[in-house]
Design a protein around this ligand. Structure first.
Ligand SMILES: *Cc1c(COP(=O)(O)O)cnc(C)c1O
Length: 379
């Protein structure tokens, strides 16, 4: 089944009791049993919920996995993955990592004796050098935030297999429409479904997708044992969002390519980070492992100051100044003072997050209007 058919049909059956074509919101905490232990497969809603069950099956299909496990947020999903490991275990991750992932790794799991290394994964030698006898997992994010670097998933997976390590890919920025890491050798895919999967900036949700039955059993155990489950209405909203995932992401990518070209040609702009630009360091890898180049862009100004950035950030009319990404509407943000404010200045500059760096999440509005908006704001 091709992707555009999967988003509509994979894992989805009409409701058995009513024939409802849309998966109902099963807003219930418990299920009546015919006799003690005799039931329809549902006992208590932390453990099982039919709306969540359908979404889990759909997500497994979209990522070419076998099992989907849903959580209350992307970070709750990350929390469950980290809990697969033990005190003393070592995880290698990117230096250009989602801030919340960095925070839960270092401030929460660090406290329980887990160890983390953050390396530039665009050079695989850095990963190899970080592997120790305690290493258990390589955690990839690609494209990265906010520099839009590309990590070669297949190459990292080959290295991981050699050392008997698991690989997890945070696929939030790409979405399964653009990239399916399990096909490239990854063991675990994690999503903040809050972003492209939901797609309408109206829900917080997370998911993990795996192929391996043992890993799935451990994750279902953690989902039930720790209890960070999503509500059925949130699952419904993700199911609804997914139905147009391919169309939304496709349009957003088309818009982003045109906006990147406009920014490149602007005299006030110093550099544009977008994997679809042929001179981008990760262009060839992105071309190989992604269906298109995504809809996230970042750029810096020749006048590299917070003031110059602020002028643009406060002048756009269509691009809303907000954190998050992946919705139908275009957003603009300032990593240095917003998402990356807690990172020490020297660290921040080292990864390229300069004072004037501006990040765009390109939506699906008319691209000419979006370019006009940026033209007016940049001046
Ligand atoms: C937003 C985000 C997360 C965290 O997800 P929440 O749903 O906000 O908990 C994790 N990874 C990436 C890349 C994100 O953009």
């Amino acid at each position: 089944m091709k992707f555009a058919t999967k988003v509509i049909h994979a894992g989805i059956e009409p409701d058995a009791t009513s024939g409802a074509i849309m998966t109902p919101i099963f807003q219930t905490s418990t299920y009546v049993q015919d006799a003690p232990g005799v039931h329809k497969g549902f006992e208590y809603a932390r453990t099982h919920n039919p709306t969540r069950h359908t979404l889990q099956n759909q997500l497994a299909a979209l990522e070419n996995g076998k099992y989907g496990i849903c959580f209350a947020s992307g970070l709750a999903a990350t929390d469950a993955i980290a809990k697969l490991f033990n005190s003393g275990d070592h995880i290698i991750s990117c230096n250009d990592l989602y801030g919340g992932t960095y925070r839960i790794f270092t401030k929460v799991f660090g406290k329980f004796g887990m160890d983390f290394s953050f390396v530039d994964m665009t050079n695989i030698v850095n990963i190899e050098n970080a592997i120790t006898a305690k290493t258990k997992l390589i955690w990839i994010e690609t494209p990265t935030n906010p520099m839009l670097s590309i990590v070669d998933i297949e190459a990292v997976c080959a290295l991981a297999k050699k050392h008997n390590l698991l690989v997890c890919v945070d696929n939030t920025f790409a979405s399964p429409y653009l990239q399916t890491p399990l096909d490239l050798g990854a063991d675990i895919v994690v999503h903040s479904a809050t972003k492209y999967l939901g797609g309408h900036s109206d829900v917080i949700h997370g998911a993990v997708i795996v192929k391996d039955k043992t890993l799935a059993e451990q994750l279902y155990f953690l989902q039930n044992a720790c209890g960070a489950v999503p509500g059925p209405q949130d699952c419904f909203l993700i199911l609804r969002g997914i139905k147009t995932l391919h169309i939304r992401v496709q349009r957003a990518c088309e818009n982003a390519a045109k906006i990147a070209a406009f920014l490149q040609s602007h005299p006030k702009i110093a550099s544009v980070n977008y994997p679809g630009i042929p001179t981008h360091k990760g262009y060839d890898i992105a071309k190989r492992q992604m269906r298109d180049f995504g809809a996230m862009i970042s750029f810096s100004l020749k006048d590299d100051s917070i003031e110059a950035a602020n002028k643009i950030l406060s002048s756009t009319a269509l691009f809303s100044l907000a954190e998050s990404l992946g919705g139908v509407e275009s957003l603009i943000g300032h990593p240095a003072t917003m998402t990356h404010a807690s990172i020490p200045l020297a660290e921040r500059l080292k990864t390229g997050v300069v004072d004037s760096l501006i990040r765009l999440s390109v939506g699906i509005e008319d691209v000419e209007d979006l370019i006009e908006d940026l033209k007016n704001a940049i001046g």
